[in-house]
Design a binder for this molecule. Structure first.
Ligand SMILES: C[S@@+](CC[C@H](N)C(=O)[O-])C[C@H]1O[C@@H](n2cnc3c(N)ncnc32)[C@H](O)[C@@H]1O
Length: 333
Protein backbone atom coordinates (compact mmCIF):
# COMPACT_ATOMS: atom_id res chain seq x y z
CA UNK A 1 0.00 0.00 0.00
CA UNK A 2 1.08 3.58 -0.48
CA UNK A 3 -0.40 6.94 0.36
CA UNK A 4 -1.63 8.86 -2.68
CA UNK A 5 0.26 12.08 -3.32
CA UNK A 6 -1.85 15.18 -2.85
CA UNK A 7 -1.58 18.84 -3.57
CA UNK A 8 -0.33 20.41 -0.36
CA UNK A 9 2.35 22.77 0.89
CA UNK A 10 5.95 21.58 0.61
CA UNK A 11 6.28 20.45 4.18
CA UNK A 12 3.09 18.36 4.11
CA UNK A 13 4.07 16.80 0.78
CA UNK A 14 7.42 15.91 2.33
CA UNK A 15 5.67 14.22 5.27
CA UNK A 16 3.56 12.16 2.85
CA UNK A 17 6.71 11.16 0.93
CA UNK A 18 8.34 10.11 4.21
CA UNK A 19 5.25 8.10 5.13
CA UNK A 20 5.52 6.26 1.81
CA UNK A 21 9.23 5.65 2.36
CA UNK A 22 8.48 4.26 5.83
CA UNK A 23 5.83 1.99 4.33
CA UNK A 24 8.24 0.70 1.70
CA UNK A 25 10.66 -0.08 4.51
CA UNK A 26 7.91 -1.94 6.38
CA UNK A 27 7.84 0.67 9.16
CA UNK A 28 4.09 1.00 9.80
CA UNK A 29 4.47 3.00 12.98
CA UNK A 30 6.80 5.47 11.28
CA UNK A 31 4.30 5.91 8.44
CA UNK A 32 1.45 6.54 10.91
CA UNK A 33 3.53 9.13 12.69
CA UNK A 34 4.38 11.00 9.47
CA UNK A 35 0.76 10.96 8.34
CA UNK A 36 -0.41 12.10 11.76
CA UNK A 37 1.88 15.11 11.45
CA UNK A 38 0.67 15.77 7.89
CA UNK A 39 -2.92 15.72 9.16
CA UNK A 40 -2.21 18.14 11.96
CA UNK A 41 -0.77 20.54 9.37
CA UNK A 42 -3.59 20.24 6.81
CA UNK A 43 -6.64 19.64 8.99
CA UNK A 44 -9.12 16.99 7.83
CA UNK A 45 -8.20 15.83 4.33
CA UNK A 46 -10.27 12.74 3.43
CA UNK A 47 -7.50 11.05 1.36
CA UNK A 48 -5.06 11.43 4.24
CA UNK A 49 -7.61 10.46 6.87
CA UNK A 50 -8.56 7.23 5.13
CA UNK A 51 -4.91 6.27 4.50
CA UNK A 52 -4.17 7.05 8.15
CA UNK A 53 -7.18 4.97 9.23
CA UNK A 54 -6.12 1.97 7.14
CA UNK A 55 -2.64 2.09 8.65
CA UNK A 56 -4.00 2.41 12.18
CA UNK A 57 -6.20 -0.61 11.54
CA UNK A 58 -3.21 -2.56 10.24
CA UNK A 59 -1.57 -1.77 13.58
CA UNK A 60 -4.65 -3.04 15.42
CA UNK A 61 -5.76 0.43 16.59
CA UNK A 62 -9.41 0.06 15.60
CA UNK A 63 -10.63 3.04 17.62
CA UNK A 64 -8.23 5.48 15.95
CA UNK A 65 -9.09 3.92 12.59
CA UNK A 66 -12.80 4.37 13.22
CA UNK A 67 -12.32 7.98 14.22
CA UNK A 68 -10.37 8.68 11.00
CA UNK A 69 -12.97 6.83 8.89
CA UNK A 70 -15.89 8.76 10.32
CA UNK A 71 -14.11 12.10 9.92
CA UNK A 72 -13.27 11.23 6.33
CA UNK A 73 -16.81 9.97 5.59
CA UNK A 74 -18.28 13.20 6.95
CA UNK A 75 -16.39 15.11 4.23
CA UNK A 76 -16.30 12.63 1.33
CA UNK A 77 -18.72 9.74 1.98
CA UNK A 78 -18.09 8.05 -1.37
CA UNK A 79 -14.31 8.11 -1.47
CA UNK A 80 -13.39 4.48 -2.32
CA UNK A 81 -10.61 4.30 0.30
CA UNK A 82 -13.05 5.53 2.96
CA UNK A 83 -15.69 2.99 1.92
CA UNK A 84 -13.09 0.23 2.08
CA UNK A 85 -12.00 1.39 5.51
CA UNK A 86 -15.59 1.53 6.75
CA UNK A 87 -16.05 -1.93 5.28
CA UNK A 88 -13.07 -3.32 7.15
CA UNK A 89 -14.33 -1.79 10.38
CA UNK A 90 -17.87 -2.92 9.75
CA UNK A 91 -16.90 -6.52 9.14
CA UNK A 92 -14.91 -6.39 12.34
CA UNK A 93 -18.05 -5.33 14.18
CA UNK A 94 -16.70 -1.81 14.85
CA UNK A 95 -18.62 0.41 12.53
CA UNK A 96 -22.35 -0.14 12.87
CA UNK A 97 -24.10 2.66 11.03
CA UNK A 98 -27.44 1.05 11.67
CA UNK A 99 -28.11 -2.64 12.10
CA UNK A 100 -31.19 -2.36 9.93
CA UNK A 101 -29.49 -0.33 7.24
CA UNK A 102 -30.30 -2.01 3.94
CA UNK A 103 -28.73 0.65 1.76
CA UNK A 104 -26.55 -0.29 -1.16
CA UNK A 105 -23.52 1.29 0.56
CA UNK A 106 -23.70 -1.46 3.17
CA UNK A 107 -23.52 -4.06 0.39
CA UNK A 108 -20.63 -2.06 -1.05
CA UNK A 109 -18.73 -2.46 2.23
CA UNK A 110 -19.02 -6.21 1.92
CA UNK A 111 -17.99 -6.30 -1.74
CA UNK A 112 -14.97 -4.12 -0.98
CA UNK A 113 -13.71 -6.72 1.49
CA UNK A 114 -14.17 -9.87 -0.57
CA UNK A 115 -10.80 -9.82 -2.37
CA UNK A 116 -9.00 -10.00 0.95
CA UNK A 117 -11.07 -12.45 3.02
CA UNK A 118 -9.78 -15.93 3.75
CA UNK A 119 -10.73 -19.00 5.77
CA UNK A 120 -8.37 -17.77 8.50
CA UNK A 121 -10.16 -14.42 8.65
CA UNK A 122 -13.49 -16.24 8.80
CA UNK A 123 -12.34 -18.52 11.62
CA UNK A 124 -11.02 -15.54 13.59
CA UNK A 125 -14.13 -13.40 13.26
CA UNK A 126 -17.02 -15.78 12.76
CA UNK A 127 -18.58 -14.91 16.09
CA UNK A 128 -19.62 -11.65 14.40
CA UNK A 129 -22.93 -12.24 12.71
CA UNK A 130 -22.17 -10.42 9.47
CA UNK A 131 -18.82 -12.10 9.01
CA UNK A 132 -20.32 -15.49 9.69
CA UNK A 133 -22.99 -14.96 7.07
CA UNK A 134 -21.44 -12.78 4.37
CA UNK A 135 -17.84 -13.95 4.44
CA UNK A 136 -18.90 -17.54 5.18
CA UNK A 137 -21.27 -17.73 2.24
CA UNK A 138 -18.78 -16.08 -0.11
CA UNK A 139 -16.02 -18.56 0.79
CA UNK A 140 -18.46 -21.42 0.33
CA UNK A 141 -19.61 -20.02 -3.02
CA UNK A 142 -15.95 -19.96 -4.05
CA UNK A 143 -15.58 -23.59 -3.03
CA UNK A 144 -18.60 -24.59 -5.11
CA UNK A 145 -17.50 -22.43 -8.07
CA UNK A 146 -14.06 -24.08 -8.01
CA UNK A 147 -15.72 -27.50 -8.17
CA UNK A 148 -17.83 -26.40 -11.14
CA UNK A 149 -14.87 -24.82 -12.94
CA UNK A 150 -12.45 -27.70 -12.35
CA UNK A 151 -15.17 -30.23 -13.24
CA UNK A 152 -15.85 -28.25 -16.45
CA UNK A 153 -19.58 -28.36 -15.69
CA UNK A 154 -21.41 -26.29 -18.24
CA UNK A 155 -24.46 -24.14 -17.54
CA UNK A 156 -25.63 -20.80 -16.26
CA UNK A 157 -25.86 -19.45 -12.70
CA UNK A 158 -29.46 -18.74 -11.67
CA UNK A 159 -30.55 -16.87 -8.56
CA UNK A 160 -34.11 -16.79 -7.19
CA UNK A 161 -34.34 -13.69 -4.99
CA UNK A 162 -31.83 -11.05 -6.07
CA UNK A 163 -32.93 -7.94 -4.13
CA UNK A 164 -30.11 -5.38 -4.68
CA UNK A 165 -27.72 -7.82 -6.35
CA UNK A 166 -25.15 -8.67 -3.67
CA UNK A 167 -25.47 -12.47 -3.91
CA UNK A 168 -25.34 -12.43 -7.70
CA UNK A 169 -22.25 -10.20 -7.59
CA UNK A 170 -20.59 -12.55 -5.12
CA UNK A 171 -21.27 -15.42 -7.51
CA UNK A 172 -19.97 -13.28 -10.37
CA UNK A 173 -16.69 -12.77 -8.48
CA UNK A 174 -16.38 -16.53 -7.96
CA UNK A 175 -16.68 -17.22 -11.70
CA UNK A 176 -14.73 -14.16 -12.90
CA UNK A 177 -11.80 -16.14 -14.34
CA UNK A 178 -13.84 -19.08 -15.61
CA UNK A 179 -13.08 -20.09 -19.21
CA UNK A 180 -16.57 -21.52 -19.82
CA UNK A 181 -18.97 -18.76 -20.88
CA UNK A 182 -21.97 -18.60 -18.58
CA UNK A 183 -24.66 -16.10 -17.81
CA UNK A 184 -25.61 -14.85 -14.36
CA UNK A 185 -29.38 -14.70 -14.16
CA UNK A 186 -31.24 -12.99 -11.29
CA UNK A 187 -34.99 -13.49 -10.88
CA UNK A 188 -37.00 -11.25 -8.56
CA UNK A 189 -40.24 -9.31 -8.30
CA UNK A 190 -38.06 -6.33 -7.37
CA UNK A 191 -41.09 -5.45 -5.22
CA UNK A 192 -40.20 -7.43 -2.11
CA UNK A 193 -41.75 -10.54 -0.58
CA UNK A 194 -45.15 -11.56 -1.96
CA UNK A 195 -46.90 -12.34 1.33
CA UNK A 196 -46.68 -12.53 5.13
CA UNK A 197 -45.32 -15.83 6.36
CA UNK A 198 -43.99 -16.86 9.78
CA UNK A 199 -41.72 -13.92 10.69
CA UNK A 200 -41.61 -12.50 7.14
CA UNK A 201 -43.68 -9.50 6.10
CA UNK A 202 -45.15 -8.84 2.68
CA UNK A 203 -43.10 -6.16 0.89
CA UNK A 204 -39.89 -6.72 2.85
CA UNK A 205 -36.91 -6.10 0.50
CA UNK A 206 -38.88 -3.73 -1.71
CA UNK A 207 -36.08 -1.15 -1.46
CA UNK A 208 -34.85 -2.07 -4.92
CA UNK A 209 -35.81 -1.85 -8.58
CA UNK A 210 -34.86 -3.52 -11.83
CA UNK A 211 -32.94 -0.46 -13.06
CA UNK A 212 -31.11 0.02 -9.80
CA UNK A 213 -29.94 -3.59 -9.66
CA UNK A 214 -28.96 -3.51 -13.33
CA UNK A 215 -26.74 -0.52 -12.50
CA UNK A 216 -25.30 -2.22 -9.40
CA UNK A 217 -24.34 -5.31 -11.37
CA UNK A 218 -23.36 -3.84 -14.74
CA UNK A 219 -20.61 -1.71 -13.28
CA UNK A 220 -19.12 -4.44 -11.13
CA UNK A 221 -18.86 -7.62 -13.20
CA UNK A 222 -15.55 -8.69 -14.74
CA UNK A 223 -15.10 -7.80 -18.42
CA UNK A 224 -16.84 -10.36 -20.63
CA UNK A 225 -19.24 -11.60 -17.91
CA UNK A 226 -22.86 -11.41 -18.95
CA UNK A 227 -25.99 -11.18 -16.86
CA UNK A 228 -29.73 -11.00 -17.24
CA UNK A 229 -32.37 -9.90 -14.76
CA UNK A 230 -35.88 -11.32 -14.98
CA UNK A 231 -38.58 -9.32 -13.22
CA UNK A 232 -41.67 -11.15 -12.07
CA UNK A 233 -43.35 -13.22 -9.39
CA UNK A 234 -42.15 -16.80 -9.47
CA UNK A 235 -45.71 -18.06 -9.94
CA UNK A 236 -46.23 -15.85 -13.02
CA UNK A 237 -46.01 -17.91 -16.16
CA UNK A 238 -43.77 -15.22 -17.70
CA UNK A 239 -40.92 -16.14 -15.33
CA UNK A 240 -40.31 -19.73 -16.53
CA UNK A 241 -40.94 -18.55 -20.09
CA UNK A 242 -38.24 -15.88 -19.80
CA UNK A 243 -35.87 -18.33 -18.16
CA UNK A 244 -36.36 -20.85 -20.98
CA UNK A 245 -35.53 -18.13 -23.51
CA UNK A 246 -32.41 -17.05 -21.62
CA UNK A 247 -30.97 -20.30 -20.45
CA UNK A 248 -30.67 -23.85 -21.83
CA UNK A 249 -28.64 -25.41 -19.03
CA UNK A 250 -27.98 -24.62 -15.35
CA UNK A 251 -24.83 -25.37 -13.32
CA UNK A 252 -25.83 -23.63 -10.08
CA UNK A 253 -29.04 -22.35 -8.50
CA UNK A 254 -28.96 -19.89 -5.61
CA UNK A 255 -32.24 -20.08 -3.71
CA UNK A 256 -32.48 -16.85 -1.70
CA UNK A 257 -36.18 -16.02 -1.58
CA UNK A 258 -36.79 -16.65 2.15
CA UNK A 259 -40.27 -18.14 1.97
CA UNK A 260 -41.29 -21.80 1.70
CA UNK A 261 -43.87 -20.92 -0.97
CA UNK A 262 -41.31 -19.02 -3.08
CA UNK A 263 -38.71 -21.79 -2.69
CA UNK A 264 -41.27 -24.40 -3.80
CA UNK A 265 -42.14 -22.30 -6.83
CA UNK A 266 -38.44 -21.86 -7.69
CA UNK A 267 -37.86 -25.63 -7.45
CA UNK A 268 -40.81 -26.12 -9.81
CA UNK A 269 -39.30 -23.66 -12.29
CA UNK A 270 -35.97 -25.47 -12.50
CA UNK A 271 -37.50 -28.99 -12.83
CA UNK A 272 -37.37 -28.94 -16.67
CA UNK A 273 -33.59 -28.48 -16.38
CA UNK A 274 -33.30 -31.73 -14.41
CA UNK A 275 -34.88 -33.93 -17.07
CA UNK A 276 -32.24 -36.22 -18.59
CA UNK A 277 -29.42 -34.46 -16.73
CA UNK A 278 -26.22 -36.38 -16.07
CA UNK A 279 -23.74 -33.66 -15.03
CA UNK A 280 -23.93 -32.52 -11.41
CA UNK A 281 -25.81 -29.35 -10.51
CA UNK A 282 -25.36 -27.27 -7.34
CA UNK A 283 -28.20 -25.97 -5.16
CA UNK A 284 -27.26 -23.16 -2.76
CA UNK A 285 -29.85 -22.36 -0.09
CA UNK A 286 -29.84 -19.18 1.96
CA UNK A 287 -32.02 -18.66 5.07
CA UNK A 288 -31.75 -22.36 5.87
CA UNK A 289 -33.69 -22.78 9.06
CA UNK A 290 -33.17 -19.23 10.23
CA UNK A 291 -36.89 -18.75 10.53
CA UNK A 292 -38.78 -21.78 11.50
CA UNK A 293 -38.09 -24.26 8.77
CA UNK A 294 -39.50 -22.58 5.70
CA UNK A 295 -36.65 -23.25 3.27
CA UNK A 296 -35.58 -26.71 4.52
CA UNK A 297 -39.19 -27.89 4.54
CA UNK A 298 -39.75 -26.74 0.96
CA UNK A 299 -36.61 -28.50 -0.24
CA UNK A 300 -36.77 -31.68 1.84
CA UNK A 301 -40.42 -32.27 0.99
CA UNK A 302 -39.67 -31.89 -2.73
CA UNK A 303 -36.51 -34.04 -2.73
CA UNK A 304 -38.18 -37.52 -2.70
CA UNK A 305 -40.16 -36.62 -5.83
CA UNK A 306 -36.97 -35.41 -7.55
CA UNK A 307 -35.27 -38.71 -6.63
CA UNK A 308 -37.99 -40.67 -8.38
CA UNK A 309 -38.45 -38.36 -11.35
CA UNK A 310 -34.84 -37.46 -12.13
CA UNK A 311 -32.69 -40.00 -10.26
CA UNK A 312 -31.34 -37.07 -8.28
CA UNK A 313 -29.38 -37.37 -5.03
CA UNK A 314 -28.38 -34.47 -2.75
CA UNK A 315 -24.89 -34.36 -1.17
CA UNK A 316 -24.13 -31.66 1.38
CA UNK A 317 -20.98 -29.72 0.40
CA UNK A 318 -20.67 -26.91 2.92
CA UNK A 319 -22.70 -24.86 5.36
CA UNK A 320 -22.78 -21.74 7.47
CA UNK A 321 -25.22 -21.00 10.26
CA UNK A 322 -28.04 -20.16 7.83
CA UNK A 323 -26.90 -21.57 4.50
CA UNK A 324 -26.71 -25.13 3.10
CA UNK A 325 -24.97 -25.87 -0.17
CA UNK A 326 -25.62 -29.15 -1.98
CA UNK A 327 -24.20 -30.99 -4.95
CA UNK A 328 -26.90 -32.84 -6.88
CA UNK A 329 -25.91 -35.95 -8.78
CA UNK A 330 -28.05 -37.82 -11.28
CA UNK A 331 -28.17 -41.58 -11.81
CA UNK A 332 -27.75 -42.64 -15.43
CA UNK A 333 -31.12 -43.94 -16.73
C1 LIG B 1 -33.27 -12.05 0.97
S1 LIG B 1 -33.69 -11.17 -0.47
C2 LIG B 1 -32.43 -11.71 -1.60
C3 LIG B 1 -31.04 -11.32 -1.15
C4 LIG B 1 -29.99 -11.37 -2.22
N1 LIG B 1 -29.91 -12.66 -2.89
C5 LIG B 1 -28.64 -11.04 -1.59
O1 LIG B 1 -27.76 -11.91 -1.54
O2 LIG B 1 -28.44 -9.89 -1.18
C6 LIG B 1 -35.12 -12.06 -1.01
C7 LIG B 1 -35.66 -11.60 -2.36
O3 LIG B 1 -36.58 -12.59 -2.85
C8 LIG B 1 -37.59 -11.96 -3.60
N2 LIG B 1 -38.74 -12.87 -3.64
C9 LIG B 1 -39.19 -13.67 -2.63
N3 LIG B 1 -40.25 -14.38 -3.05
C10 LIG B 1 -40.48 -14.05 -4.35
C11 LIG B 1 -41.43 -14.48 -5.31
N4 LIG B 1 -42.37 -15.39 -5.03
N5 LIG B 1 -41.38 -13.93 -6.55
C12 LIG B 1 -40.43 -13.00 -6.85
N6 LIG B 1 -39.49 -12.57 -5.97
C13 LIG B 1 -39.51 -13.08 -4.73
C14 LIG B 1 -37.84 -10.66 -2.85
O4 LIG B 1 -38.37 -9.68 -3.70
C15 LIG B 1 -36.45 -10.29 -2.32
O5 LIG B 1 -35.82 -9.34 -3.14
Amino acid sequence: MSVASLSADRETAELVRSANAALRAGDLRGAVEQLGQALSRTGDRPELLSAYGHLQLNLGAAEAAEDAALRSAAIAPNLPETLTLLGRLWLLGRHRPNELDCSWSKQEYILSQLPSVSRDFYEQHKDLREVEHQVGRFLNMQQVANEIISGRIEGDIVEFGTWQGLGLLMLGRCFATDAIPRKLIGIDSFEGLPEDSTIWKKGLFNDTSLDRVRGNIESRLAPGQSFKLIKGWFNDRTVPESLTRECSSIALVHFDADLASSTRQALGIIEPYLVGRTAPMYFLFDDWGCNPDEVPDAFLNWLPTARVRYGMEAHKVCTTRITRYYKMTFAAR
